[in-house]
Design a protein around this ligand. Sequence first.
Ligand code: ATP
Ligand code: MG
Length: 332
Amino acid sequence: KSRLYSGMQPSADSLQIGNYIGALLNWKELQQSHDAFFSIVDLHAITVAQDPAKLRENTRRTAAQYIAAGIDPSASTLYVQSHVAAHAQLAWILNTITGFGEASRMTQFKDKSLKQGADATTVGLFAYPTLMAADILLYQTSIVPVGEDQRQHVELTRDLAARFNSRFGDTFTVPEVAIVKETAKIYDLQNPTSKMSKSAESHAGVIWLLDEPGVTKKKIMRAVTDADGGVVFDRENKPGVANLLTIYSVLAGVSVQSLEDEYAGRGYGDLKKGLVEVVAGTFDPIRLRVQELLDDPAELDRLLAVNAEKAASVANETLAVAYDRVGLLPGR
Ligand code: ATP
Ligand code: MG
């Protein structure tokens, strides 16, 4: 089986629907045919300020959401990034072969640092992509299933792997990015030209997996559409409606075309009501399962510890080779 790696940040107390549609659904499918590693990337989350107690809690909650959404922790290696020290260690090595200009071109850094202002922007945020490269390369990963927003980071990872290999000798597998085009980017319901994010300033346009159905319903009914009135998929001119149709089609397992037919001549209100039902049908059982898992934190922690050990045994092997190739003197 070929290796697969992906992760999410525990940067909120719930995942948002873009994480589910753009990543988790894809993971669930691919875990069958791959040797999959799924990480909760807490070291990435602290590249922006986090409350320590909440971070700890959100890390467990993220793990519970992976499992509730269908990641099988006995078939896949589901673990917490900071439990495997090799991530931070390899990231340092990769920092030393990454150009300052190269890292400066990463659009996620530009977006997030712009939002926070220069004083709140950390060196950690700047080094986010090299830590992500370490995550991926430690496992000799063949494919990285992510949303469109992470494509540039995976491309940097490929460049760094190839650069290291040519400078120091073959060490890392050069990974491929795996992005499902139709669902690669889910947009904010209030701002349907920008990506839905856990760390959005306003939560008005964010659908959380763990929100109560009543809250989600309100957000969907208030989603920004347009004055045209027709239920037609037109990303450019009708981004709000296109986004609702994408979410609807994926969760209901029907084509966008059949939704256009179904809602032809009816208003956006009907489309939204239909979507409310589909979203509830998908996330009600997930929410219940998350609650069950969180009711037994000791069992969850045990699972994460077992899987971290599995991950570490693979990661440490790669790290040892990388250290040696670079010329670091072996310790005892
Ligand atoms: P943050 O705002 O803290 O960066 P996020 O919502 O962007 O949170 P991440 O933890 O950064 O979530 O990303 C986890 C995974 O979800 C990645 O594979 C990312 O590409 C994917 N993803 C995030 N947002 C979306 C979205 N709106 N549509 C599709 N995929 C997404
Ligand atoms: Mg993100």
